[in-house]
Ligand binder design. Structure first.
Ligand code: 3DU
Length: 220
């Protein structure tokens, strides 16, 4: 589970090298609960660059690979993610029970948290049509939590009572995609995920502090 202090997760979608990324993170490290990395880092600094970044920055790292392959591939990816020092991974719930059961078990053995994507911030109509099934599957498998979009507060309001308090709800789509800061948390999320609004700010620390202020008094 992601340790919660501020409720803010940074989506580090940048093609910077390890030193520039580490310097940026050091500037706001005390203000964020986790760093979400993904294809940008894999394709730019590669796995060993990710390992270096994880070692340099003492933070919870969440790999957003939206993993959804067949079981043995998913398991392999989770093992390698664990080797890199990453703490959690996001998986596609639509991969289905057969492709998720083994990987979630492996993740648990390794101490890697699995967060299941159950709705997209834009589109994703097949997801929304099968929300209950996918959330119940995650509960049955014992994942750590769910990705629910800040742009669809009604989805967050539906998922929270389905899972109770034992699962973390992480909400992307805040800021650049139109989600109002504090609104996802007001509707039942635990964390709001922000990328470009902070990454492109002329004063990222000030902007991060502004987001935290809004998250502290959640409203829509
Ligand atoms: O729009 P932003 O720059 O704040 O970035 C949002 C991040 O959240 C980005 O990394 C994207 O991959 C992720 N995300 C969504 O935006 C929407 C989803 O449904 C799931 C993840």
């Amino acid at each position: 589970m992601i340790p919660r202090k501020t409720g803010l997760i940074l989506a580090l979608d940048v093609d910077w090298d390890v030193d520039k990324s580490a310097a940026f993170l050091r500037g706001i490290n005390d203000l964020i609960d986790a760093v979400k990395i993904g294809w940008f880092q894999l394709l730019n600094i590669g796995p060993w660059g990710i390992r270096e970044l994880v070692n340099k920055v003492g933070k919870y790292f969440l790999a957003d690979l939206k993993l959804g392959d067949v079981s043995h591939i998913n398991e392999y990816v989770i093992r390698r993610i664990h080797d890199l020092g990453i703490n959690g991974i996001i998986m596609h719930s639509v991969a289905g029970k057969d492709n998720l059961t083994g990987p979630v078990r492996v993740a648990k053995e390794l101490g890697v948290d699995v967060y299941l994507l159950v709705s997209m911030s834009s589109g994703g109509e097949l997801y929304d049509a099968n929300l209950e099934y996918n959330v119940e599957l995650g509960v049955e498998l014992g994942v750590s939590g769910f990705i629910v979009p800040a742009t669809k507060p009604n989805v967050i309001r539906r998922v929270r009572p389905m899972v109770g308090g034992g699962y973390q709800l992480l909400s992307p789509g805040v800021g650049a995609q139109g989600g109002k800061p504090g609104c996802a948390i007001a509707n039942g999320a635990d964390f709001e995920i922000v990328g470009r609004a902070i990454l492109t700010s002329p004063d990222p620390r000030r902007t991060t502090l502004d987001f935290i202020d809004l998250i502290r008094k959640p409203s829509c």
